[in-house]
Ligand binder design. Structure first.
Ligand SMILES: [Zn+2]
Length: 160
């Protein structure tokens, strides 16, 4: 059994992967958003296996995730690696930490709330908001408007 989570042997790889920005929300990296699930190094072949779960099935950014991870590893001098996509358990919004949610809010993107009941305005924190368009600047975001401060904002909707 290989120890798969962050430990002193693979820590440097987690650090490298933390430099890969999410294509949808560049202030958040793929480790923070929970797309990168696992990093393993085979003791014999030294091959690196990166396990990812796309933010939702059929996400158009999926290919991009692979490309971005590949580019980063190559940039750091690693060529002996594979990227494994795991769809189960499906990515869900519980994987977003409080810190990650706060970063999204600061960018004017409303992260999904734990119970998914409210879409909170990132500007004034009002829950009095309405959807304007199901398709925002990217496929994973909807455009919302706040009924209190009247600011339009994006809502990150990539969840199952
Ligand atoms: Zn508002």
């Amino acid at each position: 059994m290989v120890d798969s989570k962050r430990n002193k042997d693979n820590e440097y790889l987690w650090d490298i992967l933390s430099e890969v920005p999410d294509p949808e929300i560049p202030v958040i990296n793929l480790v923070e958003i929970g797309v990168i699930r696992d990093v393993q190094i085979n003791n014999n072949t030294k091959k690196i296996s990166v396990t990812i779960t796309p933010t939702y099935t059929g996400c158009p950014a999926k290919k991009l995730f692979n490309d971005l991870i590949e580019e980063k590893l190559i940039e750091k001098g690693y060529t002996n690696f594979e990227i494994i996509t795991v769809l189960s358990p499906a990515w869900n919004t519980d994987w977003l930490s409080e810190k990650t949610r706060a970063k999204m809010l600061a960018e004017g993107i409303s992260p999904p709330t734990a119970d998914n009941k409210f879409v909170v305005c990132p500007n004034c924190k009002s829950k009095n908001t309405k959807v304007i368009s199901d398709f925002g600047s990217t496929a994973c975001q909807s455009l919302y408007s706040c009924l209190d401060c009247l600011e339009p904002f994006s809502y990150f909707k990539c969840h199952v």
